[in-house]
Design a protein around this ligand. Structure first.
Ligand code: 3E9
Ligand code: MG
Ligand code: MG
Ligand code: MG
Ligand code: MG
Ligand code: MG
Length: 360
């Protein structure tokens, strides 16, 4: 990592896992990107070198290979949008025009037969993904869920674009809320169900505690990404939002202090996730058990992919993981948009760890 920016072993209680067909999945995703000519030639070759198929193979280590393939192609497509349109592209500085283009893409996802954006390659790629989602057995309700999740991702990148144009830095609470969606984590969840051949009861999936668990997973995946991608984003020469930047800006602290704070935050949320998931499992349906397993695979998969992918180039100074947290805490973070997650501690009757840290 950069000169004085050092992350020690990160807390991660889950075991690494990888689909046995990961090499084939990764190769096919590279072929898919080339066939659909996703992004500029430069972006495409960078994406093809990033082992995105391996990422999907880590998210669905025991899932259907055809769904892992769909997920891999979809994640590559998402990077095509996030890098190509939002972060490096012209639309990323025009929130209104970005909203219009993303709304057309949303319609293509929902109705691939609609003759919208007929010559656009990202639209053609999305059409293929949408058709495959249905062909692989995705139900109308799962498809609607996927389209809705894309909509919340799109809404958050428009929010992000406004900050990019204005050159402003959101508050930590606003950043957290926006980041729950602009990491494109929620769009992956319908594929976790499809990948294991079940449909979670909507009342179980949207149960307040279960939704809190999914959101905690999004938080950890995005905070970890902010740690892994900090160098890439700081070096890019572009305005990029990242929790390190947000903390530095609002707390007036150094990069090292911001980094330590971000690590403390992701530790606290991941510990809360692990403890709450353990408690929720006691009364969970078989489908919910699988869903919780998949959330853990997603968290761990994002970590193992993040520290090894050429995209972040951390290879020379890899970050290690440890299943032990030295000072576990169930005290809430002071972040208004997500502090309610800690209400689960009493709701689920969790016992607090004996030694609480003295500082917050
Ligand atoms: C957003 O974060 C990255 C997503 C839009 C790319 C697609 C990834 C997923 C669907 C799975 C979630 C994985 C993550 C968040 C790595 P950002 O900071 O723009 O990603 P970057 O790679 O540029 O740091
Ligand atoms: Mg982004
Ligand atoms: Mg990015
Ligand atoms: Mg960039
Ligand atoms: Mg990032
Ligand atoms: Mg497992």
């Amino acid at each position: 990592r950069g000169d004085d920016v050092q992350v020690h072993a990160l807390y991660s209680p889950y075991a690494p896992a990888l689909h046995p067909q990961h090499v084939r999945i990764n190769q096919r995703t590279a072929q898919w990107a080339v066939r659909h000519r996703i992004g500029s030639a430069e972006l495409r070759s960078a994406l093809v070198e990033s082992d995105i198929g391996t990422f999907a193979a880590r998210i669905l280590p025991e899932g259907r290979e055809d769904v892992a393939q769909l997920l891999a192609d979809f994640v590559l497509w998402l990077f095509g949008v996030d890098d190509g349109h939002c972060e490096d592209g012209q639309l990323g500085r025009r929130p209104g025009a970005l909203a219009a283009e993303l709304s057309r893409l949303l319609r293509v996802a929902q109705n691939p037969e609609a003759p919208l954006l007929p010559t656009d390659r990202l639209a053609a790629g999305l059409r293929d993904l949408s058709r495959r989602f249905t062909a692989l057995g995705g139900t109308p309700a799962q498809k609607a869920r996927w389209v809705d999740a894309l909509r919340e991702y799109y809404l958050s990148v428009v929010w992000e674009a406004e900050h990019r144009v204005a050159g402003t830095v959101p508050t930590l609470s606003d950043y957290t809320l926006m980041r729950l969606y602009d990491g494109a984590t929620s769009v992956v969840l319908p594929l976790l169900e499809l990948g294991h051949g079940y449909e979670l009861d909507p009342d179980e999936r949207d149960d307040r505690q279960v939704r809190a668990l999914a959101e905690m997973a999004y938080f950890v995946i995005c905070w970890d990404n902010d740690l892994f991608s900090y160098d890439k984003e700081a070096r890019s020469g572009h305005w990029v939002l990242n929790v390190i930047t947000v903390l530095q800006h609002h707390q007036g602290c150094t990069v090292e202090q911001a980094l330590a704070l971000a690590v403390e935050q992701r530790d606290r949320v991941l510990y809360l996730f692990a403890r709450c998931a353990e408690a929720v499992r006691r009364t969970a349906s078989p489908q919910l058990l699988q869903y919780l397993d998949s959330l853990a695979d997603f968290v761990r998969g994002a970590q193992d992919w993040g520290v090894t992918s050429a995209r972040y180039a951390l290879g020379a100074a890899p970050i290690a993981f440890t299943p032990r947290l030295e000072r576990p805490s169930l005290e809430p973070l002071d972040i208004a948009s997500v502090a309610w997650w800690w209400e689960l501690v009493d709701e689920l009757g969790l016992e607090r760890p004996a030694l609480q840290p003295l500082t917050v």
